[in-house]
Write a protein that binds this ligand. Structure first.
Ligand code: SF4
Length: 546
């Protein structure tokens, strides 16, 4: 029975419970979450990226390529790959390795490259794999010979554990087939920027505790294999559900949520690692956590008293079906005579295409209400510099007029990390363009009391049993978005259509949809902070009273 189990490279990075569910025959046919449209888009983008890289590589390197078409049935693909390996093809694109039944592995690589003595896998991924710095072992993009690796003077490796584990998986499969490069456990990665190939040494002690990627992979693989085999054979589960970050996008969430809720699992109110510690201490349910007293010894050694008290209050809030409780006697938000709520929309790492502003408060001779500073040219575009400069000119004018009138000013956003990233990113990328301020000007604004991160105010003053996102908290203040699909992931789809990113005509209806969504976001922060000033004290129970 155990021989039936075959794991792909992703299994070693995946939630352990998911590996169990995927191999439990009882779970066949259980309803899963519908596929996330944003994930489908990411898959399509990755395919386009791979095709572009392949063309560049083939053009630059010439002969010696065998391309295994992805459209073929798996059996044909792996047979073709096996033949290409046996014939000593220099480059095998789209390789699907023959299933390793003994080792319980299956998998493929975007590219296998022949060295003097064997094959090394090369991944083509759509995330960043380097940062500015030095020392990354690289070759030029079209140089696929790992013998030419040099320390890069302009790049350092960005840690991407999944890439390393995937390369380790492929190396183990190539070893089984007798085709692995025997000298060094190397693997290459071509990332989103597609400017170099980064070559990773899977035998280097780059993991915590001086472990190598291969050692880490081997131990995780053994663990996941045991889980999968136990599930397949109907033995006692070796992995139980526990709410973790991965759950948000996991298709098994409906199953796990029902199970966690039915046992009132403690992970419903605390982080994944903390839940593990709590279970070890016997505090496995929300009820048991809620029954503790802040004066007890914290069951999680690393918990300061305040974190412990918050966890108890969160558990009590969950039992009382309250999504928000107050941590403080008095809720406070810094306010001013003239206020601007700011929300920025970006598209991945490509840029910030929209800065939305809601002007409210005292009359300073400018029309109050919502304004959008946007570029609708597909990112990346220099026009983004123009729209950013216009946004900054507006904000600067509001500040100048407010100061001239002897009034106070504040601007608000929800989670300044995102806005700050693109404030600084924009002045760097468009330095010298008309109207783009110097970095120091941005720095002084960001450091000032005039820039208020409302997310911080919420986190400091409330406990939120269903998360602290604006979409969760603003409804408590009575705010509703007009678009029922409103959300970061959906806006990515709308943006693609709005600018005609996929080769179709730009869709004005999707532009309007984004503008409405952005306007609602700033209206939401406005509603939230006015509620915090006026009503939160009366409407939200104090944690000490639960
Ligand atoms: S929903 Fe969460 S616990 Fe369940 S399988 Fe997915 S990631 Fe694991």
């Amino acid at each position: 029975m155990g021989n039936e189990v075959l794991l792909d490279a992703g299994a070693v990075s995946r939630c352990r419970r998911r590996v169990h569910l995927e191999h439990d025959p009882v779970m066949l046919g259980v309803p899963l979450s519908p596929p996330d449209p944003a994930a489908e888009q990411r898959i399509a983008d990755a395919a386009a990226h791979r095709a572009e890289i392949r063309n560049r590589l083939v053009q630059a390197t010439g002969d010696g390529w065998v391309t295994v078409p992805r459209e073929l049935p798996s059996a044909d693909r792996s047979r073709m790959t096996e033949q290409a390996l046996a014939s000593g093809a220099a480059y095998i694109w789209g390789a699907l390795l023959p299933v390793d039944r003994e080792g319980h592995r299956r998998g493929g690589a975007e590219l296998l490259v022949r060295t003097a003595t064997g094959y090394v896998p090369v991944l083509v991924v759509r995330h960043r794999i380097t940062d500015r710095g030095e020392g990354a072992p690289t070759t030029e993009l079209t140089d696929l010979d790992p013998a030419n690796v040099r320390p890069d003077p302009a790049r350092r490796v960005r840690s991407q554990p999944r890439d390393q584990l995937r390369l380790a998986h492929l190396r183990r499969m190539l070893q089984t087939l007798g085709h692995a490069e025997p000298e060094r456990a190397l693997g290459g990665v071509i990332g989103l920027d597609a400017d170099v190939v980064v070559w990773l040494d899977l035998d280097a002690p780059t993991w915590p505790g001086g472990r190598t990627a291969l050692a880490e992979y081997d131990s995780r693989f053994a663990d996941r294999l045991a889980i999968a085999q136990a599930a397949e054979a109907g033995r006692a589960a070796l992995a139980e559900p526990s709410r973790i970050l991965e759950c948000r996008r996991c298709p098994w969430w409906p199953t796990c949520e029902a199970e966690l809720t039915s046992v009132r699992d403690v992970s419903l109110v605390v982080r994944g690692e903390d839940a593990m510690e709590l279970r070890k201490a016997g505090v496995s349910t929300v009820d048991k956590l809620a029954a503790l007293s802040p004066s007890d010894e914290p069951p999680v050694a690393a918990w300061p008293a305040e974190v412990f008290a918050d966890a108890i209050a969160l558990a009590r809030a969950w039992l009382a079906d309250l999504s928000v409780v107050r941590k403080v006697d008095r809720v406070e938000v810094p306010r001013a005579d003239v206020e601007v709520d700011v929300d920025m929309e970006s598209f991945g790492d490509s840029g910030a295409y929209l800065w939305g502003c809601l002007l409210t408060g005292a009359d300073i001779g400018l029309e109050p209400g919502y304004r959008a500073f946007a570029t609708w040219e597909p990112l990346p575009t220099p026009d983004e510099g123009r729209s950013f400069a216009e946004f900054w000119a507006f904000l600067s004018e509001v500040r100048a007029r407010t100061a001239a009138a002897g009034l106070t000013f504040r601007a608000y956003c929800y989670n300044a990390m995102a806005e700050n990233r693109w404030l600084f990113g924009s002045v760097e990328r468009f330095a010298g363009a008309e109207g783009v301020p110097a970095r120091a000007e941005i720095q002084s604004f960001v450091d000032s009391d005039e820039w208020v991160d409302l997310f911080r105010s919420v986190a400091d003053q409330f406990l939120c049993s269903h998360g602290k996102g604006l979409k969760v908290v603003a409804p408590v203040a009575g705010f509703q978005w007009r678009d029922p699909e409103a959300g970061g992931e959906a806006s990515m789809r709308w943006y693609r259509a709005a600018v005609g990113m996929d080769g179709e005509a730009p869709d004005p209806a999707q532009r309007q949809r984004i503008l409405t969504y952005n306007e609602d976001d700033v209206l939401a922060t406005h509603a939230l902070r006015t509620w915090m000033t006026d009503r939160a004290m009366l409407e939200v129970p104090f944690m000490g009273d639960l």
